[in-house]
Design a protein around this ligand. Sequence first.
Ligand code: CMC
Length: 447
Amino acid sequence: MTDKTQATQDDRSGTEEENSLTVTDNRTGKTYDVEIKDGTVRAMDLRQIKVSDDDFGLMTYDPGYSNTASCRSAITYIDGENGVLEHRGISIEQLAEHSNFLEVSYLLIYGHLPTEDQLNDWIYQVTHHTYVHENIKDFMSGFRHDANPMGMLLASVGALSTFYPEAVDVGDEYQRHVSAVRMIAKMPTLAAFAYRRSLGLPYVYPDNDLSYTGNFLSMLFKMAEPRYEPDPRIEKALDVLFILHADHEQNCSAAAVRVAGSSLPDPFSAIAAGVAGLYGPLHGGANVAVLKMLKRIGSTDNILDFLEGVKEGNERLMGFGHRVYKNYDPRARIIRGHVDEVLEATSKESPLLDVAIELEKRALDDEYFTSRKLYPNVDYWSGIIYEAMNIPPDAFTVMFAIGRTPGWMAQWLELMNDEEFKIARPRQIYTGPREADYVPLNQRNGS
Ligand code: CMC
């Protein structure tokens, strides 16, 4: 049981007085009682703590929001100390073993597992919204020949808002629903178009007779054959990868979706903000960084030197560490279980696999990493699988984005229904100059 869970349970059992925080402001000697609810105090309750009537009042300072709950959410539960991840209460292990990506998407969006009829209807709807407007192809061809697929995806997701202007009616339940269907359905099409464009290959249209994941593989890899037949082992492994990436509560990209969505643009624009948040190497871009790192290490002989460099602070061990998990990321464990199967299906030998296995072993035995609770995260193994599937590193983060789309939509839908909805507008501690004079251009000395 985590400290936070403990606190929540204590809150429920305690009296009003017990469920409060008494703070004394040593600047004034005044004492205040602040309510504790669900293991938190409300930051606005601190505003009453002032040194004088014209004082603004006490704020909290939390760079990177390390200790700030920004919303109430019923979508995803993580217990980082014990390596637990649940969506709508169901463990990621059960979902990865028994479910499929579209069913998990439904679960995230609607809050419960679908009945058979609901699932069939959902699959039908998503399958029949996979096509994108033909103008998207023209739009894609405007990118430079070597454009990064993630940059193309970011722009084209944002551009969807121009094709569906009615989506801005975010108060309309039907619009919210159809936007969720469109976003989940079109993301693989946009991703595949971006990938084919980056390789100079013709686009492949969706094949509605294939599964969600099988159709995506077809749009990526179909060449001259009349019909693309996905290898069931690859299709299953990729579907599991999508499930593992489907949501992860208030991470950088989900927070970006909520912050952008809080000014009430259409959801496609909010999701584009999420894609941007995912792009960087500390979030979704970490799987690319892992592969680059493994290639640079090159051989198991170089691992000790590499780890010394990490410990001296010259660089980070990519694919290790997490803001929330202080234990083995459960997603990393599940992905690890699919690596050998995918390599077998693609008849590939991954020269990096030995390096990855040995590097993980050495790091898990090293006091530097164990004392900081640094364990492999979801990105440690995904790059090896994607590479075995012939997906180029530039497109790895695009794969993450497809998986994360239902999570972003679920977070956005929850925000739209939030009783405490407010536009996101953090505060700051101003550190710049005040009341400075404007200096005419010819009198400035450059300082
Ligand atoms: N390699 C070496 N040292 C590390 C690493 C790492 N990967 N991650 C954290 N540390 C050290 C860090 O230097 C610090 O040490 P000290 O206390 O001596 O200063 C300590 O561990 C705490 O690190 P932090 O930066 O305060 O932790 P954070 O919660 O702010 O950062 C993180 C989390 C994921 C950004 C970080 O662990 C990291 O950069 N990992 C590598 C990038 C990566 O794999 N990202 C993918 C995250 S999972 C996928 C996703 O959800 O996006």
